[in-house]
Design a protein around this ligand. Structure first.
Ligand code: ATP
Ligand code: MG
Length: 323
């Protein structure tokens, strides 16, 4: 089975990216044919500085490798190394109804937050569909916010098949129940573009400051608190085992524990959890050639598959020289 997922190099990865998506990438790489890519074409809708985008892309690769992505098991590549994906995007665009894209939350949410919407942001789900369909992907591990885009991908594959005959595979999404929507410091979905993230590899001092800034209600120290409606508790759950979670929940409900103490517990648990990955990241960063080689080899493998599927698509709709 082909597993595929992409992640944008729009900034350094955060706890939401890890627990919603990257953790799944790593869990799935052992047993499935895994393709993971750094979505630099998507990031171009946000980042308009060449050096920055290049650097972010390398940082993204380093982060993924440090977190446990194994290039011997999974294919890791840069989206823009596979030009076939933009050809497929155009083909899909010609069968995409405007109303389908107008319904998409990512676009609607960003627009509502005042982030300027260009055609790139609006058509982002079509590029995403091409990313998935180009490699005959069966399963796409993502956070909750991307499930709708996988539905769009399924719709487009089905529509293409209806118009041109059975050509594209309809993929399924995969989310984790416990971490499909990790909250940020403001309690909303943690998202690079919302300025509410806690980065995985931030310095401990900066990370502590962010954790301490998590928004909570104004309950006094002695008041009982509700673990089910608290971003601090939700984040603690990501790092703690069941017994630790139950213990903190009891203390919340009993009152007498302040949010400051709970935040400190989150901070310490996170440092412990990502401790080894931090060390690995430093080692990897000292050897940039290896990362470049991994991305080049990944691109070679991904492109081979991508060409095969694009040929099939072009043949189905009468494009190109393929019979
Ligand atoms: P941007 O704000 O630039 O869109 P992002 O933080 O949303 O960045 P993406 O690159 O869009 O990150 O998403 C990468 C993966 O991480 C996707 O599978 C997405 O569903 C997942 N993800 C992002 N934020 C969260 C979150 N808060 N909780 C769970 N999963 C998340
Ligand atoms: Mg996003």
């Amino acid at each position: 089975m082909r597993v595929l997922s992409g992640i944008q190099p729009t900034g350094r990865f955060h706890w939401g990216n890890y627990f919603g998506a990257i953790k799944q990438y790593i869990d799935l790489q052992d047993n499935e044919q895994a393709f993971y890519f750094i979505a630099d074409l998507h990031a171009l809708t946000t980042i308009r500085d060449a050096e920055q985008l290049k650097q972010n892309t390398i940082d993204a690769a380093l982060d993924l490798l440090a977190l446990g992505l194994d290039p011997k098991q999974a294919t890791l590549f840069r989206q823009s190394d596979i030009p076939e994906v933009t050809s497929l995007t155009w083909i899909l665009m010609t069968i995409t109804q405007m109303s389908l894209l107008e319904k998409c939350h990512a676009y609607k949410d960003k627009k509502a937050k005042g982030i300027a919407a260009d055609a790139g942001l609006f058509t982002y789900p079509v590029l995403m569909a091409a990313d998935i369909l180009l490699y005959d992907s069966d399963l796409v591990p993502v956070g909750q916010d991307q499930v709708q885009h996988i539905e769009v991908t399924r719709d487009l594959a089905q529509r293409f098949n209806m118009l041109f005959g059975e050509t594209l595979i309809q993929p399924n999404s995969r989310t984790l129940d416990t971490s499909a929507k990790v909250p940020g410091t403001d309690g909303e979905k943690m998202s690079k573009s919302y300025g509410n993230v806690i980065e995985i590899f931030e310095t401990p001092k900066k990370q502590r400051k962010k954790v301490m800034s998590i928004k909570t209600d104004s309950a006094a120290l002695e008041d009982p608190k509700d673990p089910d409606n608290c971003a601090v508790f939700a984040l603690y759950q990501l790092f703690a085992d069941e017994a630790q979670q139950a213990a903190l929940a009891d203390r919340y409900r009993a009152g007498g524990m302040g949010y400051g103490e709970a935040k400190q517990a989150v901070h310490e648990a996170a440092l412990e959890y990502f401790g080894e990955a931090r060390e690995r990241r430093e080692q990897l960063a000292a050897d940039p050639d290896t990362v470049h080689d991994i991305l080049a080899e990944g691109a070679r493998k991904a492109r081979e598959k991508g060409k095969e599927v694009l040929d099939r698509v072009q043949a189905a709709c009468g494009l190109g020289t393929v019979p």
